[in-house]
Design a protein around this ligand. Structure first.
Ligand code: PAF
Length: 292
């Protein structure tokens, strides 16, 4: 059996055989440009399942801006090595023509997300979560894994995928995995390779702002949410002019509703987004101090 399949229907057939053999399938959907964050998802999938499928597909339906799609990093050969080394049994890298035969016209059917899809990232990137929910639903349907693994770095995405799975009765357990960070705290992301050296330094301010917020909560457990959010925006300001903050919000970790009242650790999530030197970066925290 070769590891790299270039068609989703071939991968679906492989998955049907694996299921008939009683194997537990773990799925790690990715857009490639794999880094240690992805490796941690694949490693966990390998621990919790008998076989692991990694999908690599730069999904055009989730990009509003065609330039962003063109600039998205692609590195299939290196990705395959990394995925295999981390425990992938099969890698599927399908073509756009197979998944969206009408492309560049959008598919006839898509999965629309309600309120959750209009907030934060959805407000800045209209249609983004329709694209994500549609491709993930397609992958879950075609491959019918027992478990699918997503990073907490994209916290809103993870929340949405849990909701979509529940609403559409996918039968797939959506597993969230902790953020993996560079030594200086920057959350790993495929987009980080697009940062210039100055922007890469400035980008540290995202995780720093989360640390400042966690510290503020530790020092002042009664801090008002608006004050805490202002602390984060101020901290982002130290990144200099390369950093354009988009949002810094404290939300209910399960509904993403804006939080009000006293911060309750374990129930809240602080979400931040900023464009740094032209690259959109996300980070988030449960407001417990980051390990140093
Ligand atoms: O997080 C990502 O890389 C993508 O949004 C996903 C979940 C693979 C869907 O294309």
């Amino acid at each position: 059996m070769k590891t790299l399949l270039t068609s989703l229907s071939e991968a679906a057939a492989w998955s049907a055989v694996a299921r008939r053999e009683g194997k537990r399938i773990g799925l790690v959907p990715t857009m490639g440009a794999l880094h240690e964050g992805h490796c941690s998802l694949i490693e966990r999938a390998a621990l919790e399942n008998d076989v692991v499928v990694v999908s690599i597909f730069v999904n055009p339906l989730q990009f509003g801006d065609p330039n962003d799609l063109d600039r998205y990093p692609r590195s299939l050969e290196a990705d395959c090595l990394l995925a295999e080394r981390s425990g992938a049994t099969v890698i599927v890298a399908p073509e756009v023509a197979e998944l969206y035969p009408t492309w560049p016209n959008p598919p006839e059917t898509s999965v629309t997300v309600g309120r959750l899809g209009t907030l934060f990232e959805g407000a800045s990137r209209p249609g983004h979560f329709t694209g994500v929910a549609t491709i993930v639903t397609m992958l879950h349907q075609a491959l019918r894994p027992m478990n699918a693994y997503y990073g907490e770095k994209d916290f809103q995405q993870l929340t949405i995928l849990r909701q979509v799975g529940a609403d559409l009765w996918s039968g797939v357990a959506v597993r969230g995995c902790p953020i993996v960070r560079e030594d200086d705290g920057l959350a790993m992301s495929s987009r980080n390779v697009r940062l210039s050296s100055e922007a890469r330094i400035a980008a540290r301010v995202l995780s720093k702002s989360l640390a400042v917020a966690a510290n503020a909560v530790e020092q002042h457990p009664e801090i008002a949410v608006a004050d805490l959010e202002a602390v984060v925006v101020d901290a982002l300001g130290f990144g200099g002019e390369l950093v354009e903050p988009d949002y810094a919000v404290v939300v209910d970790a399960s509904t993403l509703e804006r939080w009000s009242g006293r911060i309750i650790l374990g129930q809240v999530r602080l979400l931040v987004a900023a464009v740094v030197g032209g690259v959109r970066l996300l980070d988030n925290s449960d407001l417990t101090p980051l390990p140093s």
